[in-house]
Design a protein around this ligand. Structure first.
Ligand SMILES: [Zn+2]
Ligand SMILES: [Zn+2]
Length: 289
């Protein structure tokens, strides 16, 4: 199987040129899963040569707008592109699942007119599968291709935020969603081939008086400590905060993670950064330390 991880967006709520909203694409042979759908996700997928109907699973980490704002676009475009089967959506029970169930509500007039005009047999549909987040990893999805497990993460005051792990025949991938560095992710990511983790330069944010942001995101140095302890092979940084606009700014993220002691392969993510899930070398144009 040919399994890869691609960042469809490495940004945050604050727009940074060249960085779409948060999203990670897992491709496993012909099958693909998208984790979160931030600003510009559908466009990034198109740039990767993917049509929305190729997405076989959408996994949502939490209900912050930066992670969900392109979900309606993904679902509607998938339908416009000719896929009428319901899209499987994984979501923690609570506000995230509620958002998913309502995501098409504002589009009923558009759906009605397109259904009639384009002769579409059925409206777009979702198959929302919910689960209760737990402090230890729990399997939440199984297909012939991958097993997906989830764990509750620490993004308080946001409740019910989760990270996902994908176990494939080529190896294992964890996507953190938004979280402080926490034992739950360490457990989920123990020995994984690829850990896609949000990264925050908390010192910078605190110096700017943004403690409320630093408090619920992953400090870069602490992340380096945790990823080393977990034995992660490749660590991919995403959801970069503050969003770097120069190579030097991006390198600072890597320096701080190294200061924490991480000795594996390290990638400071850019949109479209692609990492193979195997022992092969990283094939991307992103900064590699
Ligand atoms: Zn976020
Ligand atoms: Zn968040």
């Amino acid at each position: 199987m040919d399994t890869t991880v691609t960042l469809t967006g490495t940004g945050t709520p604050l727009p940074v040129p060249g960085r779409a909203g948060p999203g990670t694409l897992l491709r496993c042979g012909e099958w693909a899963a998208q984790v979160d759908a931030g600003r510009g996700t559908v466009l990034r997928l198109a740039e990767l040569g993917l049509r929305c109907p190729q997405i076989g699973l959408l996994a949502l980490t939490h209900y912050h707008s930066d992670h969900l704002v392109d979900m309606a676009d993904l679902v509607l475009t998938r339908w416009v592109q000719g896929e009428f089967d319901p899209l499987p959506v994984l979501a923690p029970e609570g506000p995230t699942a509620r958002f998913a169930r309502r995501v098409l509500d504002n589009w009923e007039d558009d759906i009605a007119v397109r259904s009639h005009h384009g002769g579409r047999p059925t409206p777009p549909a979702l198959d929302v599968r919910t689960f209760t987040p737990t402090e230890t990893p729990t399997t939440v999805w199984r297909s012939g291709t991958v097993d997906v497990s989830a764990v509750a993460v620490r993004h308080e005051p946001v409740e019910d935020a989760v990270a996902y792990r994908f176990d494939t025949s080529d190896g294992a991938v964890v996507v953190s969603g938004d979280t402080r560095v926490c034992a739950e992710i360490e457990q989920l990511a123990r020995g994984v081939d690829v850990l896609v983790h949000e990264a925050c330069r908390t010192e910078v944010l605190r110096a700017r008086g943004k403690d409320f942001i630093a408090d619920y995101h992953a400090d870069t140095v602490e992340l380096g400590v945790m990823a080393e302890r977990a034995g992660v092979a490749t660590l991919v940084l995403t959801h970069l905060e503050p969003g770097p606009t120069t190579g030097d700014e991006a390198n600072t993220f890597a320096e701080e993670v190294r200061r924490g002691g991480f000795s594996g392969q390290l990638v400071v993510g850019e949109d479209h950064t692609t990492v193979p899930v195997s022992s092969e070398p990283v094939s991307s144009t992103a900064a590699v330390d």
